[in-house]
Design a protein around this ligand. Structure first.
Ligand code: HEM
Length: 228
C-alpha cells in the first residue's frame, strides 16, 4: 500500500530529472552548495596568515564538531557527485541537440567561460581528488604530518614549487568555471529579469576573481617565503 503512495513522487522526481530544466535545477542547487563551501573553506584557510596556532585550532575545532562534520561532508560529497554527473549529462544532451550549421554563430554569442564549462568542471573534479590526496590524506605530500598540524602541512606542501604551481593553475580553471556558473545558476532557477541580469553577471565575475585571488595568494605567498 505504502509503496503505491511512494511510486508517484518517485516517478515524478525521475521525470523531473530527465527533463533538461530538472537537470539545470539540480546543477543550480548543488552548484550553490559547492560555491558556499568554497567561500567558507577559503575564509578558514586565510587564517594561515594569522600563524600556526590559529589555523591548527580552527582545524581542531572542525574535527570536534563530530557528526555535524560528517553530515556536512556527506552533503558536499552528494552535491559534488550530482553536479559532475548531471553536468556531463547536460553537456551530452547539448552536443546531440546542437545543429551543425549554427555552431559558428553560437560560439560567437557564448563566452570563453561558458564554452569551456565541461573542461573547467572536469579539471576541478581532478583538482579535488589531487587536493584530498595532498592535504587531507597526505598520499602525494612528501612530509605530511598526520598529527593535525594543518599549518605545517600547508606550508611544507606549497614550499614544493610543482605543487604550488599546480594549485595556481587549477585555481585559474576554478575562476573561469565560477564566473559563468554563478550567474547561470540564477538563470536556471528563473531569476533572470533582464534588468538585473547584467548586474548579476558582473557580481559573479567579481566574486570569482576574489575567490581565485584568495586561493592563489596562499600557495604563492608560501612559495615566495612570505608565509613560512
Ligand atoms: C589554496 C587553496 C586551498 C588550500 C590552502 C586548501 C587547504 C585545505 C586543507 C589544509 C585541507 C585539509 C583540512 C583538514 O584536514 O583539516 C583541505 C581539505 C579540503 N579541501 Fe581545500 N584548500 C584549498 C582549495 C580548495 C578548493 C578550491 C576546493 C574545492 C574546489 C577545496 C576542497 C577541499 C575539500 C573537499 C576538502 C576536504 C574537507 C574535509 O575533510 O571535510 N579546497 N583543504
Amino acid at each position: 500500500m505504502a509503496s503505491s503512495y511512494l511510486r508517484l513522487p518517485i516517478q515524478e522526481s525521475i521525470g523531473f530529472y530527465q527533463a533538461s530544466i530538472g537537470k539545470k535545477m539540480v546543477m543550480a542547487v548543488t552548484g550553490c552548495i559547492l560555491v558556499l563551501f568554497v567561500i567558507g573553506h577559503l575564509l578558514g584557510n586565510l587564517q594561515v596568515y594569522l600563524g600556526p596556532d590559529k589555523l591548527n585550532s580552527y582545524a581542531r575545532f572542525l574535527r570536534s564538531t563530530g557528526s555535524l562534520l560528517w553530515i556536512v561532508r556527506a552533503v558536499l560529497f552528494v552535491s559534488a557527485v550530482l553536479h559532475v554527473v548531471t553536468g556531463i549529462l547536460l553537456w551530452l544532451e547539448n552536443q546531440r541537440a546542437r545543429p551543425i550549421g549554427y555552431r559558428r554563430r553560437q560560439w560567437v554569442e557564448a563566452t570563453l567561460a561558458s564554452r569551456t564549462m565541461i573542461v573547467t568542471g572536469l579539471a576541478m573534479a581532478a583538482f579535488v581528488v589531487y587536493h584530498l590526496l595532498h592535504l587531507t590524506f597526505g598520499t602525494v605530500h612528501p612530509s605530511f604530518n598526520h598529527e593535525l598540524d594543518v599549518y605545517s602541512n600547508v606550508v611544507k606542501g606549497f614550499q614544493q614549487a610543482p605543487a604550488a604551481v599546480a594549485y595556481i593553475g587549477f585555481m585559474i580553471f576554478l575562476g573561469f568555471h565560477l564566473s559563468h556558473g554563478i550567474w547561470s545558476m540564477f538563470q536556471s532557477v528563473g531569476w533572470n529579469h533582464p534588468r538585473y541580469m547584467p548586474y548579476i553577471q558582473r557580481a559573479a565575475v567579481v566574486l570569482a576573481v576574489l575567490i581565485v585571488a584568495g586561493n592563489i595568494a596562499i600557495p604563492l605567498s608560501i612559495l615566495v617565503g612570505i608565509v613560512r
